[in-house]
Design a protein around this ligand. Sequence first.
Ligand code: ZN
Ligand code: ZN
Length: 243
Amino acid sequence: MKLTILGNNGPFPAAGGACSGYLVQCGGKCILIDCGNGVLANLQKFIRLEELDAIILTHLHSDHISDMFVLKYAVQIKRKRGQFDRTLEVYAPPEPSEEYGRLDVRDAFNLKTISADTVLKIGDFSITFAQMKHPSLDFAVRMECDGKKFVFSGDTSWTDEIISFSKGADLLMLDAGLLEKDFAEGAPHLTAAQCGIAASGAGAKKLLLTHFWPDYDVNELLEEARHSYANTEAARLLQSYEI
Ligand SMILES: [Zn+2]
Ligand SMILES: [Zn+2]
């Protein structure tokens, strides 16, 4: 299984950066998790749009979905020109309903809802979900393929569910949207320190931090996380990771 970082910022991109977007490939299948602003441009550095098998949206905040609204143009026009012979499979939480409705573009997307019970089989992938804790309904994604396990939290503040859902992950990628100094009760993201605690509790083999506030020094985030979990890296834009 291979993970490629197409966007690692939130909730807005750094100069030359991109918001949430991750390409996961295994057994010839290509799945995009989240499609924030800048992701579509970066995706095409690795694959053609026609190669995408499915898109999974962890939640419907703009930094995770905004490029869906230009991707629809690509699919609509390519279909008219005979360059694309299907609509794209898109899986998303059903709330907020107004945002979900905006994604229901029938001549571009085959939109389906995600719940905590959803199990997807796509090629060799087995994909399951767990509800996280965020102002917008949000699901962590667990992808298993080729005997390996990758878990991504989406956006979340602390919940013990992160640890139980990530048990034994070969790679755990977490929302490190905050440094401890900026933490306030009810904040919608994990601190990097909490990411380290979660990875340690889950017995993950490796931790990747992501969802970087553009003004942060990533080294400070790494230092916080490594306090509890040594094998931590920062998700680097356009870098691929073998899982
Ligand atoms: Zn976000
Ligand atoms: Zn969010």
